[in-house]
Design a binder for this molecule. Structure first.
Ligand SMILES: Nc1nc2c(ncn2[C@@H]2O[C@H](COP(=O)(O)OP(=O)(O)OP(=O)(O)O)[C@@H](O)[C@H]2O)c(=O)[nH]1
Ligand SMILES: [Mg+2]
Length: 223
C-alpha cells in the first residue's frame, strides 16, 4: 500500500522557483509499463528488465508550459495493489491521471473499469487519459479500437515505452491538462483550495495591506 505521504503540491513550488506545481498520478495493473513510461519520458531510456515498483515512487520534473515554469510531481505506484484500494493520499490533490493498460493482456484493459471507478471516488473531475502501451510488440493493434473511456470523453493514446512512440506527446498533453484543471477546477473543494493557494501567494508577495480594521487582505469567498 502506498504510504501516507502527505506531500502537498504547492509547498515546494518556491524552492524550485516555479510558477506552478501540479500532481499527476499513474494507474494500471502490474507490469503494464507505468514505470517504463516514466523512465522513457524523464530519462529517455528504456531497460527491459522488470522490477516491480515497491509501494510508491515519486518523480519530480521541471518544465516550461507557455512561458511558465511548472514543477510536476509524478506519482507511480505498484499495480499489484489492484485488489486493495490505494491509499487516499495517492489521489489527494492530484490534478490529472494517466491510466495505462498492456495491449497484449486483455485483463489489464478490462481492469481499467476498476481503476477508473476508484479514481472517480476521490477525484470526480480531474482530466484522465487511457494509454495503450507496448504497441511495439504488436503494431497492428493500432488498427483496433478500444472504447473504454470514449463515453466519458477521455483522451486515448497508443504508446510504446520501449520504442518511445507517442510518449512525450502524451505526457506533454497531460501536463497541460493538469495545469488547466488546476487553474480552472470544476470540483468545489478544488476551487476552495485554489482560492486559498492564491490567497497565500498574495500574502507572501505582500499584495495585501492591512485593512482599516486591522484584518490582512481579503477573505477568500466561500459561498
Ligand atoms: N515490449 C514492450 N515491453 C514493455 C514496454 N513497457 C514496458 N514493458 C515491459 O513490461 C514490464 C513491466 O514494466 P514496468 O514499467 O515495470 O511495469 P509497471 O506497470 O510499472 O509494473 P508495477 O510496478 O508492478 O505496477 C517490463 O519487463 C518491461 O520491459 C513496451 O512499451 N514494450
Ligand atoms: Mg512500476
Amino acid at each position: 500500500m502506498a504510504g501516507d505521504i502527505s506531500s502537498v503540491p504547492g509547498m515546494d513550488q518556491k524552492k524550485y522557483d516555479a510558477d506552478e506545481q501540479v500532481k499527476i498520478i499513474i494507474l494500471g495493473d502490474s507490469a503494464v509499463g507505468k514505470s517504463k513510461l516514466m523512465q522513457r519520458f524523464l530519462m529517455d531510456e528504456y531497460r527491459p528488465q522488470q522490477m516491480s515498483t515497491y509501494a510508491l515512487t515519486l518523480y519530480k520534473h521541471k518544465t516550461t508550459v507557455e512561458n511558465k515554469t511548472v514543477v510536476v510531481d509524478f506519482w507511480d505506484t505498484a499495480g499489484q495493489e489492484r485488489f486493495q484500494s490505494l491509499h487516499p493520499s495517492y489521489y489527494h490533490k492530484a490534478h490529472a491521471c494517466i491510466m495505462v493498460f498492456d495491449v497484449q493482456r486483455k485483463i489489464t484493459y478490462k481492469n481499467l473499469a476498476n481503476w477508473y471507478k476508484e479514481l472517480r471516488e476521490y477525484r470526480p473531475e480531474i482530466p484522465c487519459c487511457v494509454v495503450a502501451n507496448k504497441i511495439d510488440a504488436d503494431p497492428k493493434v493500432t488498427q483496433r479500437s478500444f472504447n473504454f473511456g470514449k463515453k466519458q470523453g477521455l483522451d486515448f493514446y497508443f504508446v510504446s515505452a520501449a520504442a518511445g512512440t507517442n510518449v512525450v506527446k502524451m505526457y506533454r498533453e497531460m501536463i497541460k491538462s493538469a495545469l488547466l484543471y488546476k487553474q480552472n477546477p470544476s470540483d468545489f473543494m478544488d476551487e476552495v483550495m485554489q482560492e486559498l493557494e492564491n490567497f497565500e501567494l498574495e500574502k507572501k508577495e505582500g499584495v495585501s495591506e492591512p485593512d482599516e480594521d486591522g484584518v490582512k487582505g481579503e477573505s477568500p469567498e466561500l459561498e
